[in-house]
Design a protein around this ligand. Sequence first.
Ligand code: AHR
Length: 666
Amino acid sequence: MKRLIISAVAALLAHSAVFSASEIVVNAKKKGAEVQPTMYGIFFEDINFAADGGLYAEMVKNRSFEYPQHLMGWRAFGNTTVLSDGPFSRNPHYVRMASSGHNDKHTGIENEGYFGMSVKSGAEYRFSLWARCPDGGTSALKIVLADNASQSETQEVVSCRLTVSGKEWKKYTAVMQSPVTQNKLTLRLFLQREGSNPMVVTDVEHISLFPVDTWKGRENGMRKDLAQALADLKPGVFRFPGGCIVEGTDLATRYQWKNTVGPVENRPLNENRWHYTFTHRFFPDYYQSYGLGFYEFFLLCEDFGCEPLPILSCGLSCQFQNRHPEAPGVHALLDSLDTYIDDALDLIEFANGAADTEWGRVRAEMGHPEPFNLKYIGIGNEQWDYDDNPAYTARLQKFLDVLRKAHPEITYIGSTGPGSEGKEFDMLQPKMKEMKVAMYDEHFYRPESWFLDHKNRHRYDNYDRRGPKVFAGEYACHGKGKKYNHFNAALLEAAFMTGIERNADIVHMATYAPLFAHVEGWQWRPDLIWYDNLRSVRTCSYYVQQLYSHYKGTHVLQTTMDGRVVAGDDDQHGLSASAVCDDKTGCIYIKVANTSDEAQTINITLRGAKHLSEARVVTLGSADTDAENTIDNPSVVVLQERAATLSGNVLSDVLQPKTFAVYIVR
Ligand code: AHR
């Protein structure tokens, strides 16, 4: 009996770590640093078919026949020729269709779309093209959405007819309504006679198909579900257009914003480096049409109520691909940066200038006479210096000298290279301070072990408060083995982000990366949102970002356990925590991540808080840390909401193992 009692006590003691409550104290009496309205943000780069084939709702690939292989994405049949004196100077190629000499031998072209075209039952699709009959006369085009794999009577899913007349190029439009939901269709155009007229030669250019129901109903529009997923994040800042594509593999292929504005028909094609960067995920048909360009980015920022943050080329093309800083044609030499700096000046005019300025007029003509109110610009993406050559900072200084003088109202953001530590970072971080850069951009794609490391959990606790502010411009937890968007990565991001939140005085922006990935066309993972042509899925990491964003509050509240910040230290039971109050709602939001394998009883004392009446908790948790939301199974790990126990100013709860929780107290 005595032995039984002893072993029962021993068992109890062994589990006392599990059952003893963790006491967390939130000082609700004193508001700390202001949480910047730019928290938490989104980072868009055209990687993983994020623009063409993704957010940008265009369904036709190579609509202007400008890919280097002019018929890439197309199949031509009958009597067709590609010509190059078309109506759009920067997209000069088009297709000429002529009779095959016999009524039954058809002439036409067929587009495969991005991983096929997909339609929804009852939805309308707007077809358009530019066309002419160069020898005069009138012809007809039959436009068919076809299911080439169909075993039924017909391949035709839906079709329409357009009459083309006259020698002048004109835009023609028709709307088709799909009777079915179907994937993997093609868009086929047949040249036909109009009435009893003879078959006449017909030229076609800029062939386009969009769902009518785009985000905000815009004709050059975005996919509604994907734009909605961004809106639902309530982002504070929107960083675009990259990423490495800003820099280019060489200067000629850098992202040039001026090519992305004005009528879409005349925006020139650019290659996309993600077509060839990884040969194990090779997409030779990946280009940038620029249909989603800077004007559309600014419009999205306005829609989402967030700050636009363009990143511009600093004259260095991708340093991973081009190591020599003075290689001509690859990097702009120090004394030839004017074009690059002018691009930045002109961008400010495009965004903020009056409608009668050169670039303000372009914006106004596109439909937005009011300025976009641009406040931030990043100069360079992942750039760095070498021991014997200040490749980046010398160029950055040239930009800053001109821009600061011309536009002191803008915040300019520098780069600290491709990593969160290591040679480049250690070299650049102090330089950014010397150069009095207002904010710098840090990137960290790191394994789970990094996110669990004590030093990294305390990363921002120890930052120099007299230096620049931080923009965590690209970050994500990368799982080991074949784990990508699994729950554990999201949980560790959540735990790490408590450190971002409690250091709001220094971290002013943070954007998870990358944002989007097409399930059939990705090059990089994990990503925040995945999709195929009809569906999309919000990952576990998405929900973490959303929770931080929705409950970002206005001011940090000091949060401690035994007098120390709660950052998952050895004696803190796998808990990381931070808290904010919100002047607008009057609520206090406490974020707690339990990365341990044990349920944790927590008591959160809201010191100094009065008249508290209600506590709720939203959780994201999974016993299976490998669980993930997929396109076919999108709701494996989702947010749950319940009431929490409040007694006076003490909130008590049992937080399940492997769970992230946001407590909302009012
Ligand atoms: O987000 C993917 C890539 O990662 C970005 O293009 C680049 O900035 C980083 O290396």
